[in-house]
Write a protein that binds this ligand. Structure first.
Ligand code: TRP
Ligand code: SF4
Length: 330
């Protein structure tokens, strides 16, 4: 596609550790797909990680490296997208400050994730200035690249709504500097983790992209299935089976439909059913594992790629900030 005609995408991922299958189907897979159709900026948002992990800040840099390895090994191509580290583009902080001047506090206080996350992470002190401003910093991340499209899951809808409101307010006060960013909703299928609950790093039940073939087998083989299938001869219901959430994400429809029918008629057993999804995962992940090995063996290369992305992002952000400063009149 003609480079000029491409719309600009921005999305961000918090560096909180290596990516798991849930992150993959929820976001990362999409990032890879979008990189040709759009002019893509992808940010590893370490300041956002810091807003809740300020107590354990030293681990964030290592996680930034992990996430970069994951993204590059999945096929993000640094020649076709800009992959960068948020904290290295200081202009985000300047824009966040300027936006804070025009942001009424109640707009931030009523963002539902603010209270929800405080409750969910009650052991942390999150009644902080930085945490309240989380969605405003996210707004700065987006509009500093004049992004038109933001691919995110439903959980980010309230942040995008705020970003749009702030953008309109800025443009009304100072003139039309920013396009209003549109949310590109990513369907996020819920995957079960090894204990049958939703897959999540904090539950300790996640299957990581970087897990080896052996680890993947060891995690999936003993997973609980539909409890109706006490014996091989008992029919089951895939809709009530945690393992089958993995089939929906990773096994082609034809095979999946056959396995579902065999489950309902007790024609097939759980062992072979699990083997099919394990094999699909191994097939999907083998090229990723190979690439990841080579990035892990050469960390300088990964940091160099990020540096290059930082330079490109910085140039774009600096350009926008010139518009912003002159619009405000400072
Ligand atoms: N808040 C997002 C999340 O938790 C991460 C994020 C930060 C982001 N800045 C962004 C997403 C900008 C999209 C655009 O997933
Ligand atoms: Fe789940 Fe497959 Fe067993 Fe059915 S056969 S209960 S879908 S693992």
């Amino acid at each position: 596609m003609n480079e000029q005609a491409k719309k600009t995408v921005l999305s961000g991922i918090r560096p909180t550790g290596a990516a798991h299958l849930g992150n993959y189907v929820g976001a990362l897979r999409n990032w890879v797909r979008l990189q040709d159709e759009y002019r893509c900026f992808y940010s590893i948002v370490d300041w956002h990680a810091l807003s809740s992990e300020y107590n354990d800040s030293k681990v964030i840099r290592g996680y930034t490296f992990e996430v970069a390895c994951d993204l590059l090994s999945l096929g993000l191509n640094p020649e076709r997208c800009v992959l960068f580290v948020q904290s290295q583009i200081k202009e985000h902080a300047e824009l966040h400050l300027l936006l804070s001047m025009i942001t009424p506090l109640p707009w931030l206080e009523r963002v539902p994730t603010f209270k929800e996350q405080q409750q969910e992470l009650a052991e942390k002190e999150l009644n902080t200035y930085g945490f309240l401003g989380y969605p405003l910093l996210q707004t700065a991340d987006i509009i500093i690249y004049k992004a038109e499209v933001v691919p995110v899951g439903e959980d980010q809808a309230s942040h995008l709504e705020l970003a749009r409101e702030i953008t309109r307010r800025f443009n009304r006060f100072y003139g039309p500097v920013f396009p209003e960013p549109q949310m590109l909703l990513t369907e996020v299928p819920t995957l079960a983790g090894t204990d049958g609950r939703k897959m999540s790093k904090s539950y300790g039940n996640a299957i990581y992209l970087k897990d080896s073939e052996e680890v993947i087998r060891k995690k999936i083989s003993p997973m609980v299935t539909d409890t109706r299938r006490k014996r091989r001869s008992d029919p089951g219901e895939p809709d009530d089976c945690p393992v089958f959430t993995l089939h929906r994400a990773f096994v082609n429809k034809e095979t999946r439909d056959r396995l579902a029918a065999d489950c309902r008629s007790a024609k097939g057993g759980c062992l072979e059913c699990k083997r099919v999804v394990i094999d699909s995962l191994i097939r999907l992940l083998t090229p990723y594992w190979e690439k990841r090995k080579s990035y892990e063996a050469n960390p300088t290369r990964v940091w160099d790629i990020l540096e290059e992305g930082n330079s490109r992002a910085r140039r774009a952000a600096q350009k926008t900030m010139e518009d912003v400063r002159s619009a405000i009149g400072l």
